[in-house]
Structures are given as C-alpha cells and as structure tokens.
Design a protein around this ligand. Sequence first.
Ligand code: SF4
Length: 429
Amino acid sequence: MTGASLIASSQQTPFNLQREQGQRAVFCGLTSIIWLHRKIQDAFFLVVGSRTCAHLLQSSAGVMIFAEPRFGTAVLGERDLAGLADCNEELDRVVAELLDRRPDIKTVFLVGSCPSEVIKLDLDNASKRLTRDFQGSTRFVAYSGSGIETTFTQGEDGCLLSALEGLPVSESASPDLLIVGTLPDIVEDQFQRLFDEMGASRVEFFPGRDSQSRPNIGPNTKILLAQPYLGDTLRKLVSMGGTALSAPYPLGVEGSRCWFEAAASALGISPTKVAEVLAAPMKRGEAALSRYREELAGLRLVMLPDSQLEIPIARFLARECGMLPQEIGTPYFDADTMSGELPLLPEGVAWYEGQDLDEGLDRVRALKPDLTVCGMGIANPLEAEGLTTKWSIELLFSPVQGFEQAADLAELFARPLRRRAKLEVGLWN
Ligand code: SF4
C-alpha cells in the first residue's frame, strides 16, 4: 500500500476489519439537520457558520423552499472571523429576531460549524446565557456539526446527546422500551402499531416530535437503537440507567424481524405472540422484495464509507437480495452499536473502516463492481468512467426501515442499475 495507513484490527472485532486513514469525502454533520428538523417539529436549528454552511443547507434542503423552514444560518462575517467583532452580540441579535418572528419555537439548537470552531466560539456558554435571557420560554442547546469533527450522520448523535444534556426529564412514567434514532413519522407509526399489537404499551421514541422534554429513563428501561450512528447517545442513555439491547437494524424483512424479536424478548413478550403479530407484515414485505431479488441477485457491490449505514445495508443486500458485496467501507466502526449485525454479515468481504479516498477509488476501478454506493461528490466522476453508482445520502432522506419499506429500500439500489441498462440500450441503438 502507498499513502495509506492500513492496520488489520481483527483483534478488536470478529470480522476482518481493516483501518484506513487519509483524505475523506463525506458531508459534515450539518447535513443531519435536514431530517432532524422534519422530525422535531417545534425546534429550530440555527447554524453558526459561514456562507458555505448556509449554502450546504439550502442546497441539500431545496425542497423546503415552499415551507417556513425551521433552520437557518447566523453567518459569521469577516470581522467575526478576524476577531474584530463580538460574535455573541450578533448571535443575540439573530436569535431575538428569530423568536420575535417565530414565537412558536420551543427549542433552538445552536449548531457549531468549522468557522465557529476555528474562532473558538463557545456555543455551550452562549446557549446557557440565551436560555437565561429568554427566561425558560425557549431552550437553547448547543452541539457541533463541524466537518472537522463529524461525518454527516454523526450530526444526529451530537444533536441527541445535547438534547439529553440540556432538556428537563419528562414527568411521565419511564418507558419500558425507548427506541432511539430519527425515524420518519410513517415508520414510527407503523412500529408503534406493531408494539401495541404485541401488548407493549410503554414504548417511546427519541427524538420525538415534541422537543420539550427528554425521556425519563428508569431502571427497567431498555434502549434499542433504530439507527447505527448513535453510539455516544446510546452510552449516555446507559449511563443514565437504561439497558442497551443488541439487535440487527430494522432494514429489510429479516433485519426488522430480528429487531422486533430482540425488543419483544427483552419485554417478556412470548415468541408466539411476536410471530402472530409479525406474520402479515413479513409476508407482505417478502412478497414485495421477491422481484428485487430477481433483479439484484449475483450483482457485485462496493460501498464507500459515507453514511454509517453501510454494514447493515450490505447485510440486507447480501442476505435478502442476493447481491455479492466485494468491499464495504464505513466511516468508523463502533462495536457497541454493531454487535447485533456481526453474526449476520456475509463472508468473503473486504471490510474497511475510515477512508483514503484515492486508494479506495483505485480499488473500485480495479474491482469494477456492478454498483458502487458512495457520496454525491464521488458518484459523478465514477459514472463518467462507466460505473453505476447510488448516492448513499438517499438512505437518510427516504423511509427505508421496517417490513413495509423493505421493497422501497431494494428499489433504491435497483433503480440506478435499470437507468444504466436503459442508457446502454439507448447508446447501442
Ligand atoms: S461546517 Fe464546515 S464542512 Fe460543513 S458546510 Fe460549514 S464549513 Fe463546510
């Protein structure tokens, strides 16, 4: 190898994970605001950053143009960056204007960026000061979405962690089961219905649609992640008294079944009851998936590190769609959040943690996979070289969890292959 630090770390993990360091190409944590602001409906995300940060948010959230957005950027000007202006004064002014216009906002997340970190703007203190100034009518919580520190899904981990630190504990009874990780409302509603049918009534979701309180973790609260990039939040919830459950993620029919079974087993629900409740959605999911298996089986897959969903998605594509993963990269490997996936992983795959962009691209060119899943910035050059690609960020913008969405998840990977096939037919005619 040249230019890359490649360390086999099989002692830490039961599969042969290789670690790579070098140039990365991933979005920063600000990107997670796009799905977080849709979920937490009384919150505002105020990025303290540069025009680049504002542009990133506006372009990745273009669909919000017709709605009153619940995110914005307090732009640090040249005087701020040069240390000639008091950034806190400017921040106070922007916040006062915002809350004057939007008194319905109950929580303001102050989101740090690369520029705010470079000038060492203390947003934790700013959030405490602003909470005092607004006398509790609006809460302010700070976290970092800076590209120096975070990959794009880690932004959600930082956000949820800050919410746990900054919000009061709910006065309601502690839940038996806390599902952690942003799920689209349609998926949350489906999951809630299935838990209700199993007789599990004290199930809560975090984050919820209301930002006013955080879950009341009790000694009997089991914590089950719905998203794999929330390791810090998981460890915090465990330190607050919860018990972490290990399960594959609810991606695909098998992953969803295992996920529900892990939850039900921890809640003492009988396997017979679980099987009875899951039978119909599993049947629908398997029927809808079968045509994708015909399309995808036997096709070779590479996933470059980007979304942190790569390991569960590779498991789904291999086991339920018959794809052949060649190389799967993940931005970082967290044994606490991936333990449920490891027993199900396909063999014969080169697993990578971290990234050295040029090395990774050279391997993709040598492997010539049928489909490469990667970040947006890498996809276009690879398409120009004749490779078929899928933007991994779409996994975060689409409802893909659960039985009813299993076929939609497979469709995300089948579509670019169909498009490429049509293009080639068109070119040859
Ligand atoms: S936080 Fe950093 S990486 Fe993200 S848009 Fe702003 S400057 Fe770019």
